[in-house]
Design a binder for this molecule. Structure first.
Ligand code: NAD
Length: 373
């Protein structure tokens, strides 16, 4: 059932191995990359309680000893204080230039540990062992690492590609339904932005995937990773097509800011709502058919996902304020808002040519559909 996606970046190529039970064999996979049989693992407290022992045993099987640090779970860990704690701990553990650091966890741990590895002794290698669906299909591949600043999300960081990614699809079994579906938001995004067949496949197989069908999970993660790898290889540092991966993100970032980056809206949930809004905007601009946004929303709803602004609990600011929050996004270039829009499901493109009044009308109508407080 195992799949391998190769990421052929020149001089920094690596494999993403996808399948159930990889933790148990992590040692064999990592052995070729270590010069001495010792690795430093950083994880979060939730994942540590669930999966650290399995990793320890899997490494020990290949004679690799492990030291570990568990940081608090959650987005607030992507901060200077936890970052310096991680870096200083790695130095205390005497991690050397040729050693390998392992990130075991979701996107928060992957981003923070990857960034720590990029600056430690001017760069050490790191292995991603992503444990959330979002991390398996998105954040563990492509080399974007970093932490948040008080001024905004992901504003401090570096490009640092991993040496190996082990996406053990069995560990997805301990994710909460909400975390799983938030990750699914990113899976379905790949179909919407560049692969109509994948979207149709997800319409059919999505419910099996959610209910734990391992074959379907491996297939969905592999197809998502392949798509991300193709885009990253073409445009590693996001000068062009890598921006397609931001489908739904301009709306999502405004909604995340409006909800204070709180538990009211997870990133993947914001992406799903953002994708629905991006298709609505595309349809109003006459770029795609009116059926496309309906089909997108129908699939998200069928999966039990947040789809509309009315699915976000609590109050939201008005449309003008949301638009203002969008223009604070770090992807704004020369003051121009850039959107990923679609000509159809599976055919997205990037444009700065979007009349603000149309964006405003999409937001106004979406807000009007919310029940009055
Ligand atoms: P996360 O790391 O906070 O994980 C979500 C929750 O799931 C956490 O509470 C975590 O403890 C828990 N968890 C993880 N694996 C688990 C498992 N197997 N069983 C039970 N619980 C588990 O968040 P995330 O959703 O994985 O990632 C979001 C982060 O990823 C954001 O900070 C975002 O900016 C970043 N991101 C980065 C990139 C990139 O390219 N680097 C891309 C997308 C998102």
């Amino acid at each position: 059932m195992e799949r391998i996606v190769h990421v052929p970046l020149e001089g920094r190529a690596y494999d993403v191995v996808i399948g159930p039970g990889l933790l148990q064999h992590a040692g064999q996979r990592i052995r070729p990359f270590v010069t001495r049989p010792r690795v430093a693992v950083i994880t979060d407290e939730t994942v540590a309680g669930l999966h650290l022992d399995a990793l320890r045993a899997g490494l020990a099987d290949a004679g690799i000893e492990m030291v570990s640090l568990a940081l608090p779970a959650g987005e607030s860990t992507k901060s200077w204080p936890q970052f310096s704690r991680a870096v200083e701990w790695l130095l205390e553990q005497k991690v050397e230039r040729n050693d390998v650091v392992i990130a075991l966890g979701g996107g928060v741990i992957g981003d923070l540990v990857g960034f720590a590895a990029s600056v430690l002794r001017r760069g050490v290698r790191f292995v991603q062992i992503p444990t959330s669906l979002l991390a398996q299909v998105d954040s563990s591949v492509g080399g974007k690492t970093g932490i948040n600043a008080p001024q905004g999300k992901n504003l401090i960081g570096a490009f640092h590609q991993p040496t190996l990614v082990l996406a053990d699809t069995a560990v997805l079994g301990t994710l909460s339904a909400r975390d799983f579906l938030a990750g699914y938001g990113e899976v379905v995004k790949y179909g919407m932005l560049g692969d109509a067949d994948f979207f149709s496949w997800l319409e059919e197989k999505g419910p099996d995937l959610a209910s734990g069908d391992m074959q379907a999970r491996v297939e969905a993660v592999a197809r998502s990773v392949q798509m991300k790898a193709d885009i990253v290889v073409e445009d590693e540092t996001e000068l062009g097509n890598r921006a397609l991966l931001n489908l739904g993100h301009t709306f999502c970032h405004a909604l995340e800011a409006a909800t204070g980056y709180s538990n009211r809206l997870m990133h993947g949930e914001g992406v799903a709502i953002g994708c629905a809004l991006a298709f609505e905007l595309s349809s109003r601009l006459g770029l795609c058919s009116q059926e496309d946004p309906s089909r997108v929303r129908a699939h998200l709803k069928a999966m039990g996902m947040k789809t509309d602004l009315s699915d976000i609990d609590g109050s939201l600011p008005d449309a003008e304020t949301l638009l203002e929050l969008m223009s604070q996004d770090k992807k704004v270039v020369d003051g121009q808002l850039r959107f990923v829009l679609a000509r159809s499901i599976g055919e997205a493109f990037v444009t700065a040519d979007v009349p603000q009044e149309v964006v405003l009308s999409v937001l106004q109508d979406a807000l009007a559909d919310r029940p009055q407080a």
